[in-house]
Design a protein around this ligand. Structure first.
Ligand code: NAD
Ligand code: WQD
Length: 337
C-alpha cells in the first residue's frame, strides 16, 4: 500500500481528495498547520470513510515538523495542497505568499529528498495563464501572472522543473486547477471560507442561505455571451479524482507532467446564479458592480491532455455542482463552526 503525505489535507480540496484516496486504497497522512482549516473537516472525513486518519499539525516551512513526519513514516509520495490562496491578500502581503507558497514548497522538497521521497503532485492553478489570448486554454499557452499569488504558483512550477533537471529521479505532476466548486455528496464537508468569501460560488451559497444580502457581480460589460465573466467550474470530487489518477500513474511518467484539470465548459456569473437558484429553490439577489481589478473575461480549459495521459475526465455538470454546494451550505450555514 502506497503511503501518501497530504499537505493542506484539512482544507477544501485536500479534504475531498482524502476521501477518494482512502477509498482507492491509499494510506494517507494529513499534514496541516490549520491556518485556513479546522480539525472538524478531518473528523467529518473520518466519518465518511469510517476510519481514523493520521493527522499531524505542522507547517511546511518548518524542517523539524517535516522531519518528524518523515522519520516516523515511510512516505512514498506527497500531494502538496498546503498554501495560501487569497488573491487580494497576496497583493497586500506578497511576502506572506512567497514565504508560504514558494519557500514552503522548497523546504518540503528539500526534506523529501533527504528522506529519499521524490514524488510530488503539486496544486497549481489556471491563474498561471494570466489573461489568455484565447479559449479553450491548453497546457502550452504562454504563462504569466497578474498578482503575487499567481506568481507564487508560477515560481513553484519552475522550481519543481529545476529540481527534476537536477535529479531526474524526481517524479513531478503539476495539476493546473480551473475553478473548484461543489462538495461531497454527503453534505458533511465543503468549502468554508473565513469571513467574506472572495470566490463566486461560496458567495452565492451564503447569499442563498441568507447570510449575505446580495451578490455583487463584478462587471457586465465583458466580451462574453451575457457580459459577465466566464469560468470553467469543476466539481471538487472530480478534481479530487484527478489527484487519485495522477498518483496511480506517477511512477510511470518519465518527465515533469503539467496537466489542466477543468471541464472544458465555460459558464458566466449569471449562468451560475440561475443554476444555483434552480438547485436551491432560493432567490439569489444581485447587483451589478464595477469590474474587479485583475479579473479576466473568459477562462476555460482544454482538458484533452488529462484524458490522454491520466484517463481522467470531469463528469459532473453544473447542476450537480450547485446541488452539492447547496446541500453543504444549507446543512452547515456556519461551515464547520
Ligand atoms: P484551503 O485554504 O482550503 O487549503 C489549504 C490548506 O493548507 C489549509 O488547510 C491550510 O490550513 C493549509 N496550509 C496553508 N499554509 C500552510 C503551511 N505553511 N503549512 C501547512 N499547512 C498549510 O485551499 P484549497 O482551495 O483547498 O486549495 C488547495 C491548494 O490548491 C492551494 O495550494 C491552492 O492555491 C490551490 N488552488 C486552489 C484553487 C481554488 O480555487 N480553491 C484553485 C487553484 C489552485
Ligand atoms: C469567478 C467569477 C468574478 C465573486 C480565483 C483565483 C484563481 C483560482 C480560483 C486559486 C469572476 C465573479 C466573483 C463575486 C463576482 N484560485 N465574481 N462576484 O477569479 O476566476 O479565480 O479563484 O488558484 O487563481 O484568481 O474565481 O470565484 O473569484 O470569480 O461577480 O463576489 O465570478 O468576477 O468572473 P476567479 P472567483
Amino acid at each position: 500500500m502506497m503511503k501518501v503525505l497530504v499537505t493542506g489535507g484539512a482544507g477544501y480540496i485536500g479534504s475531498h481528495t482524502a476521501v477518494l484516496l482512502i477509498e482507492a486504497g491509499y494510506d494517507i497522512i494529513i499534514f496541516d498547520n490549520f491556518c485556513n482549516a479546522s480539525l472538524e473537516s478531518i473528523k467529518r472525513v473520518e466519518k465518511i470513510v469510517a476510519q481514523k486518519i493520521t493527522t499531524i499539525e505542522g507547517d511546511v516551512r518548518n524542517r523539524d515538523d517535516l522531519h518528524t513526519v518523515f522519520n516516523k513514516h515511510k512516505i512514498d509520495a506527497v500531494i502538496h495542497f498546503a498554501g495560501l490562496k487569497a488573491v487580494g491578500e497576496s497583493v497586500e502581503q506578497p511576502l506572506k505568499y512567497y514565504d508560504n507558497n514558494v519557500n514552503g514548497t522548497a523546504v518540503l522538497c528539500e526534506v523529501m529528498a533527504e528522506h529519499g521521497c521524490r514524488s510530488i503532485v503539486f496544486s497549481s492553478s489556471a491563474t498561471v495563464y494570466g489573461d489568455p489570448h484565447s479559449t479553450p486554454i491548453d497546457e502550452n499557452f504562454p504563462l504569466s501572472a497578474t498578482n503575487p499569488y499567481g506568481r507564487s504558483k508560477l515560481f513553484v512550477e519552475e522550481i519543481l522543473r529545476d529540481l527534476y533537471i537536477s535529479d531526474n529521479r524526481w517524479k513531478v505532476i503539476l495539476l493546473r486547477y480551473f475553478n473548484p466548486v461543489g462538495a461531497h455528496a454527503s453534505g458533511t464537508i465543503g468549502e468554508d471560507p473565513n469571513g467574506i468569501p472572495n470566490n463566486l460560488m461560496p458567495f452565492i451559497a451564503q447569499t442563498a442561505v441568507g447570510k449575505r444580502d446580495y451578490l455583487s457581480i463584478f462587471g457586465d460589460d465583458y466580451e462574453t455571451h451575457d457580459g459577465t465573466g466566464v469560468r470553467d467550474y469543476i466539481h471538487v470530487m472530480n478534481l479530487a479524482d484527478g489527484h487519485v489518477k495522477a498518483l496511480d500513474k506517477i511512477e510511470n511518467f518519465k518527465e515533469v507532467m503539467t496537466i489542466n484539470l477543468g471541464t472544458g465548459k465555460g459558464y458566466s456569473v449569471l449562468d451560475m446564479v440561475k443554476a444555483f437558484e434552480k438547485a436551491s429553490g432560493k432567490k439569489v439577489p444581485y447587483q451589478i458592480a464595477p469590474r474587479r481589478s485583475g479579473d479576466i473575461a473568459k477562462c476555460f480549459a482544454d482538458p484533452s491532455y488529462a484524458k490522454k495521459v491520466l484517463g481522467w475526465e470531469a463528469k459532473k455538470n453544473i447542476e450537480e455542482m450547485c446541488v452539492d454546494s447547496w446541500r453543504w451550505q444549507s446543512n452547515n450555514p456556519d461551515g464547520y463552526n
